[in-house]
Design a protein around this ligand. Structure first.
Ligand SMILES: *[C@@H]1O[C@H](CO)[C@@H](O)[C@H](O)[C@H]1NC(C)=O
Ligand SMILES: *[C@@H]1O[C@H](CO)[C@@H](O)[C@H](O)[C@H]1NC(C)=O
Length: 329
C-alpha cells in the first residue's frame, strides 16, 4: 500500500484499527481511486431533457451582520459544483451584502425574524439539502431559529450538512441530530474536540484520529462525521475513509465553506443514486469523500497558480476544472 504523500501521519493507527474493526482500507492510492470511482457513479449526467431544479436546489442557513463571506462561499460553491439553484437564508443585515456579492444567489433575509422557522419551512418542500452554519454566529435568537429549522428539516427527511457555528449548536444539544442518518457533520480540529467532549465528557485521544471519528459517529447514532485536517477522516459509524488527495500547505479561511457547499449538492446526488451505485458504502460517506477530494484539488490547483496569496475565491475559480479532473476522467 502506497500512502499519498503529505499524509503519513494519518496512518499511525491503521494496522490496529484494521485488526480491531476489519475496516476497509481507503488509505492507499488504489483505494482512493476506488472510492473516487464511487463518487463518479453518483454524479448525474448532464442532459437536455431535465428541467431546472432537478440537479439540486440547495439552501444555506447562515450569515449575520458580522459574517457574510461564509454563506456566500458555500452557496456559490454549490452552484459551481452543479446545483441549479442556491438559496441563502440569513439575518436581515447580511442579505443586501450577500446579494451584492452575487446576482446568482437567492437571498432570504429571514433568519432573525420572529417567523424565521415558518419562512424557511415554506421553502423546504422545494429544497433537496440544507447546509447549516456558515457565517451563522452565536446569537441566541439565530441559534434558536436554526434549531427550529433543523427540526423541520428532520421532519421532512431533508439531508443536512452542518458546519461552523451549526456545530457549536449541536455541541450544546447533541440530541438535535442524534440518530439522524441524513446529517453530515464537518468539524475542523477545534469543532471536533468540542463535539467529542460534549458527547463523551472527556478529551479526544489525539493519537487515534481514526478511532475518535468512528466513535463519535457511532455515539451520535451513525451520523456521518468528516473531520477536516491535514488529511480528512470520514466515518459513518461503520467504515472509516481517509481522504489524502493532494492539496497544499496553504489553508485559507473559507475553505471549509467550499467543502460544505459542494457537499450539499453531492449529498443530494448520492441519496438520489442510492446504495446500488456506491457498492454497499453509505451514499453520504461517498458524497463526503467526493467533497473532500474536490476541495483539496481546488486548493492544489489554486496554490499552483497563486502560491502564498491563494484565497478561497481562487479556489472557487478552480471548481470546474478540479471537478472534471477528478470525476469526469
Ligand atoms: C466494491 O466492493 C467489493 C467488495 O467489497 C470490492 O472488492 C470492490 O473493490 C469494490 N469496488 C469499488 C469500485 O470500490
Ligand atoms: C452503527 O453502526 C454500527 C456498525 O455497523 C452498528 O454496530 C451499530 O448498531 C449502529 N448503530 C445504530 C444506532 O444503528
Amino acid at each position: 500500500n502506497h500512502l499519498n504523500p503529505g499524509c503519513g501521519g494519518c496512518s499511525e493507527q491503521r494496522s490496529f484499527l484494521e485488526r480491531a474493526f476489519s475496516l476497509r482500507k481507503a488509505h492507499s492510492i488504489k483505494d482512493m481511486e476506488n472510492t473516487l470511482q464511487l463518487v463518479r457513479n453518483i454524479i448525474p449526467p448532464l442532459s437536455s431533457t431535465k428541467h431546472k431544479g432537478q440537479d439540486g436546489r440547495i439552501g444555506v442557513v447562515g450569515g449575520c451582520q458580522e459574517y457574510t463571506g461564509a454563506p456566500y462561499f458555500a452557496a456559490i460553491s454549490a452552484l459551481k459544483v452543479g446545483a441549479d439553484l442556491s438559496h441563502v437564508f440569513c439575518a436581515s443585515a447580511a442579505a443586501p451584502v450577500i446579494k451584492a456579492y452575487s446576482p446568482e444567489l437567492i437571498v432570504h433575509p429571514v433568519l432573525d425574524s420572529p417567523g424565521a422557522v415558518g419562512e424557511v419551512e415554506k421553502w423546504l418542500p422545494r429544497l433537496h439539502a440544507l447546509v447549516i452554519g456558515p457565517g451563522l454566529g452565536r446569537d441566541d435568537v439565530l441559534l434558536e431559529n436554526v434549531k427550529g429549522i433543523l427540526e423541520a428539516s428532520k421532519a421532512r427527511a431533508i439531508p443536512v450538512v452542518i458546519d461552523a457555528d451549526g456545530l457549536w449548536l449541536v455541541a450544546q444539544q447533541p440530541a438535535l441530530i442524534q440518530g439522524y442518518r441524513k446529517a453530515v457533520l464537518t468539524p475542523n480540529h477545534m469543532e471536533f474536540s468540542r463535539l467529542y467532549d460534549a458527547v463523551f465528557r472527556g478529551p479526544v485521544d489525539s493519537d487515534d484520529r481514526h478511532g475518535s471519528v468512528l466513535r463519535l459517529s457511532q455515539a451520535l447514532g451513525n451520523v456521518t462525521v468528516v473531520q477536516k485536517g491535514q488529511c480528512d477522516i470520514l466515518s459513518d459509524g461503520q467504515q472509516v475513509l481517509v481522504c489524502s488527495q493532494e492539496g497544499s500547505s496553504r489553508r485559507c479561511g473559507g475553505q471549509g465553506d467550499l467543502l460544505s457547499g459542494s457537499l450539499g449538492v453531492l449529498v443530494h446526488w448520492a441519496l438520489l443514486a442510492g446504495p446500488e451505485k456506491t457498492n454497499g458504502s453509505s451514499p453520504l460517506l461517498v458524497a463526503a469523500f467526493g467533497a473532500c477530494s474536490l476541495t483539496r484539488q481546488c486548493n492544489h490547483q489554486a496554490f499552483q497558480k497563486h502560491g502564498r496569496s491563494t484565497t478561497t475565491s481562487d479556489m472557487i475559480a478552480e471548481v470546474g476544472t478540479a471537478f472534471s479532473k477528478l470525476f469526469e476522467t
